[in-house]
Design a protein around this ligand. Structure first.
Ligand code: 4NP
Length: 153
């Protein structure tokens, strides 16, 4: 049983998209898996994902309904086997929260070595292109992570 947590800044754009995309792509391959997402801030706690992220996800076949933002907590490093940051600031904030205990967070894009970008850019203040890029990068990293889990287990 593997447990995966995706983390971004607000938990309304990138990490809920990662949760939805990864859940769909992994579901047929690995049935017993727990997938969740969280933010490094409390800014949007209880809110559904950003409407622009939902629209782009829906266009590409992913369902973001039923997801609500929460903040990452210290227990997450004990409750999850993978804690995956969208960018380096998320990673640094997670390392501060972790305080040396539990699962070490990683950059999600490290599972997509074929892409030269190591960070998934924050799409919040940009246009539709940014949201499309987010989904495409998440699809690549998700498939890399699925390959790793299938190889190791
Ligand atoms: P996310 O995007 O970290 O991918 O959820 C953002 C969401 C909200 C804000 C920034 C980024 N904000 O400034 O409120």
């Amino acid at each position: 049983m593997k447990r995966i947590l995706f983390v971004c800044l607000g938990n309304i754009c990138r990490s809920p998209t990662a949760e939805a995309v990864f859940k769909k792509r992994v579901s047929k391959l690995i049935p017993n898996i727990i997938v969740d997402s969280a933010g490094t801030t409390n800014w949007h706690i209880g809110n559904p994902p950003d409407a622009r992220a939902c629209a782009m996800a829906a266009e590409l076949g992913y369902d973001m309904s039923g997801l609500y933002a929460r903040a990452a907590i210290r227990d997450d490093f004990h409750d999850f086997d993978y804690v995956l940051a969208m960018d380096r600031q998320n990673l640094a904030d997670l390392e501060t929260l972790r305080n040396g205990q539990g699962t070490k967070p990683q950059l999600f894009m490290d599972f997509a070595p074929e892409n030269s970008m190591r960070e998934i850019p924050d799409p919040y203040y940009g246009g539709e292109d940014g949201f499309l890029q987010v989904v495409k990068m998440i699809e690549q990293a998700s498939d890399g992570l699925i390959d790793q889990i299938l190889t190791l287990d």
